[in-house]
Design a protein around this ligand. Sequence first.
Ligand SMILES: Nc1nc2c(ncn2[C@@H]2O[C@H](COP(=O)(O)OP(=O)(O)OP(=O)(O)O)[C@@H](O)[C@H]2O)c(=O)[nH]1
Ligand SMILES: *[C@@H]1O[C@H](CO)[C@@H](O)[C@H](O)[C@H]1NC(C)=O
Ligand SMILES: *[C@@H]1O[C@H](CO)[C@@H](O)[C@H](O)[C@H]1NC(C)=O
Ligand SMILES: *[C@@H]1O[C@H](CO)[C@@H](O)[C@H](O)[C@H]1NC(C)=O
Ligand SMILES: *[C@@H]1O[C@H](CO)[C@@H](O)[C@H](O)[C@H]1NC(C)=O
Ligand SMILES: *[C@@H]1O[C@H](CO)[C@@H](O)[C@H](O)[C@H]1NC(C)=O
Ligand SMILES: *[C@@H]1O[C@H](CO)[C@@H](O)[C@H](O)[C@H]1NC(C)=O
Ligand SMILES: *[C@@H]1O[C@H](CO)[C@@H](O)[C@H](O)[C@H]1NC(C)=O
Length: 401
Amino acid sequence: MTRNVTFLVTIKTTVFNVVRYPVLLFGLICCILTQYFGSSVVVFNTNIIKYTKPIHISPNVYRFKKQINISQVDTATCQGKKLLVYTCNERCGGWGDRQKGIVSAFLLALLSNRTFVIDLQVPCDVNNFIDPNMYDWTKCREYVNTIPENDTETVFIGKIASLIAPLKQENYTDSWNKTVIIVKISAYERIMNALRKNPIADKQIPWLKEYTNIEILNLMLRYLLVPKITLHQHLKSYINVSTQGRKKLVCGHIRIGINPSNPLDDSLGDEYFTRPRQNAVFTTLKQYSDPSKYVVYLATDSDEVRNHAKSILPNYINLDRKIVHVDKHSYVNSTESCNGLYTVLFEQYLLTKCDYLVLTRSNFGANAAYIRGHSKGLFLYYQGRVEPATLADIQKIYIFK
Ligand SMILES: Nc1nc2c(ncn2[C@@H]2O[C@H](COP(=O)(O)OP(=O)(O)OP(=O)(O)O)[C@@H](O)[C@H]2O)c(=O)[nH]1
Ligand SMILES: *[C@@H]1O[C@H](CO)[C@@H](O)[C@H](O)[C@H]1NC(C)=O
Ligand SMILES: *[C@@H]1O[C@H](CO)[C@@H](O)[C@H](O)[C@H]1NC(C)=O
Ligand SMILES: *[C@@H]1O[C@H](CO)[C@@H](O)[C@H](O)[C@H]1NC(C)=O
Ligand SMILES: *[C@@H]1O[C@H](CO)[C@@H](O)[C@H](O)[C@H]1NC(C)=O
Ligand SMILES: *[C@@H]1O[C@H](CO)[C@@H](O)[C@H](O)[C@H]1NC(C)=O
Ligand SMILES: *[C@@H]1O[C@H](CO)[C@@H](O)[C@H](O)[C@H]1NC(C)=O
Ligand SMILES: *[C@@H]1O[C@H](CO)[C@@H](O)[C@H](O)[C@H]1NC(C)=O
């Protein structure tokens, strides 16, 4: 099952200070320039984001593989096992939320000593495009269907205090007594913070305390998921062709929320809020518009934003496929929504490969940065401005629950 994933697991060992000081210096020079030449230069106000200890190196997933005690939840046989299934067959968040749900669910499987299954069939089977990497979460999927309903329990874990509180002390090996537990999850940080307090977790997941929530996401998303060969090859050749193997890949992600290309989504703030977001990201991307050095990939949930990018960035590239919010789509045309899932996966994995990455608030983008695994060339939109930031800043300023 283990496959060579060097493409995804680029471990950059750049020492942060080498990165940070030029960035700060650049910010300073910009400030001085702006003083004298007006504000055509982007100002990185380094006061707003307090630099925290950077997480700049992906933890070693092979070391982790040895650390994790898989005998607790092995998939050698399914028969007679207790199982925990992560599923999402109705509204439970987009791909970013689902990734975080998968990670939380896997930790619950380890905590409760249960074999783990991912069963994501909406808008179509995620296994069409993504394979298990180091843990086979497909192995017992069929077996789950043979378990009668009265031996199955569905558990919801959301952001609400009453749903989070039990995670702090429950012995789930004891209290979950059905053969199959199906979990539906819409939270990450709160779950993690609760699990860290659970005394049983000290025994069942002793390595949990060694890693930050970000590192857990980085490790688990690589440990559990890997793009299928076809998606992997598509990404690799797309990047190679676009960059001609030498240009820097500059990426942005602008999440808009409800808009004509994403009509069933929630509002993430009206024009008054989304416009400055776009403007600030574009101002930053325009600094990389020299086509001889850079190509710019803009991922977004809005065709309007794509079209704007196309019109102002001479080196703009895009897959140009239909935008589908994987959780808030009509699903009337299954081919279309399945293609939409492919596009989401393609674009997110592409963001993990960028030399520069400019993000607005979204789990989709945040997870791309976490999988990317370092803070070099990372910029975040915050309060009207785009600023250089570290991976730790993402949670500090976007405050996902
Ligand atoms: N193709 C594509 N789809 C996107 C992009 N940005 C957002 N989407 C869609 O919108 C969804 C956003 O959901 P998440 O990934 O969970 O991110 P989020 O912004 O935290 O969103 P919510 O689920 O609404 O809380 C994604 O899963 C995609 O389906 C993008 O750049 N490209
Ligand atoms: C791994 O888990 C098994 C089963 O729970 C336990 O018997 C064993 O001691 C654990 N090994 C380590 C190294 O923690
Ligand atoms: C977990 O499962 C393993 C193997 O199925 C078993 O040996 C071990 O005792 C279980 N641990 C707990 C805490 O139930
Ligand atoms: C589940 O239902 C079946 C009959 O449909 C019954 O034979 C069985 O005992 C039930 N199991 C449990 C655990 O209640
Ligand atoms: C949790 O429950 C299981 C099953 O009843 C039991 O074997 C185990 O000792 C309990 N763990 C703790 C730490 O109490
Ligand atoms: C299973 O767990 C439920 C609730 O946690 C409890 O009410 C029930 O008595 C348990 N059943 C068995 C057979 O242990
Ligand atoms: C990248 O594309 C060039 C042609 O532009 C080709 O010669 C080279 O083999 C490709 N490299 C990879 C890794 O695909
Ligand atoms: C569904 O979408 C696909 C791709 O967008 C399109 O080719 C096809 O005609 C659509 N089918 C229907 C029934 O609308």
